[in-house]
Design a protein. Structure first.
Length: 323
């Protein structure tokens, strides 16, 4: 440390005092430097016996020094403000130990639901046939999840780490709120229903201007026609599913059947497209499919035929007709 300033020497001393291993490593490095000096003197005397002796000393130390040498040099050079090759070496070493990014995906099948608690304590209720994906870097810079299907979010508040739900074409950005997102591909639209707080919607391809929602609003983006529509709604109709309820209020039979297919993991075959023009009103909780279709038959005047699988207790398909 002959060329070091008083401040630099102080920094090195603090580093050496942090851990007894730092002193050991530093002394080993100084020993090696002393060996180099001896080699230079050896060149002057050119004595074969001294060369062999010194060579043996170097070889004995090499195995112990090689693992620590660059670490010590990098630390000392960094303290002294000397970059160059050492900083490049240190940078490459850090890059090698950075953990790889991996994804976690939670999926629900048709006919089942699930509740997920994210690393930031946010709670996500997954509807049937839904997948939620997030990386191990979640909450490091921002909180981003990818959603396919339908989920209800109860987001933990954070003013420094925005929460984003990334769907196929739309992003929903929040700081702390409760809302429902429906991205089922069969719906041909993406729906965001805000129950509490505020959210900002943006389109990844800039098909619409960013828009803020307030509680009680439903934003629907038509994926086919690239149209965004915002209306006031009764949010309970769209969020009751997480309590095990299906709420239908003047819903078309097409929408009713799609929900029933996903909720009960069945296929519904409609033999007459005119059936889709009927509307249905009901709140369903834990009713059997027979009871549900009896109600539909009574209120809409349609007929149904239940097809069972090889297991007579499992329904595989329901055929709906007008006659």
């Amino acid at each position: 440390m002959k060329n070091a300033s008083v401040e630099e020497e102080g920094k090195i001393k603090d580093w050496l005092d942090e851990d007894v291993r730092h002193k050991e490593l530093f002394e080993e490095l100084r020993d090696e430097q002393q060996l180099v000096s001896e080699l230079e003197k050896l060149d002057e005397y050119n004595e074969v016996s001294s060369w062999k002796l010194l060579q043996q000393r170097i070889e004995n130390k090499r195995q112990r020094i090689i693992l620590f040498r660059w670490k010590v040099i990098a630390v000392i050079f960094l303290i002294l403000g000397i970059g160059g090759v050492t900083s490049n070496y240190l940078r490459s070493s850090v890059e090698e130990i950075v953990p790889q990014t991996f994804l976690t995906t939670i999926q629900t099948k048709r006919g089942e639901s699930s509740t997920v608690i994210l690393p930031d304590s946010s709670v996500v209720h997954l509807n049937s046939a839904t997948s939620l994906t997030y990386s191990n870097n979640f909450f490091s810079t921002n909180r981003t999840v990818d959603l396919k299907g339908e989920a209800y979010f109860e987001v933990a508040k954070s003013t420094t780490h925005p929460f984003e739900v990334s769907c196929e074409s739309v992003k929903v950005k929040v700081y702390g709120t409760s809302f429902n997102v429906n991205t089922y591909s069969t719906e041909n639209s993406l729906d965001v229903i805000l129950e509490e707080g505020s959210v900002e919607l943006s389109h990844k391809a800039k098909r619409f201007e960013n828009v803020m929602l307030v509680p009680g609003e439903k934003a629907s983006f038509d994926e086919v026609n690239n149209e965004l529509r915002i209306i006031k709604v009764d949010t309970y109709k769209y969020t009751a599913w997480r309590e095990g309820l299906l709420v239908f209020e003047d819903d078309s039979m097409d929408a009713v059947f799609k929900k029933l297919e996903s909720w009960y993991d069945i296929d519904i075959e409609i033999t007459d497209k005119n059936i889709n023009e009927f509307v249905f009103n009901a709140t369903i909780m834990d009713e059997s499919l027979e009871d549900i279709f009896d109600l539909i038959q009574f209120s809409c005047g349609i007929k149904y035929n239940i097809i069972y699988s090889k297991n007579p207790k499992i329904i595989s398909k329901v055929i709906v007709s007008l006659n």
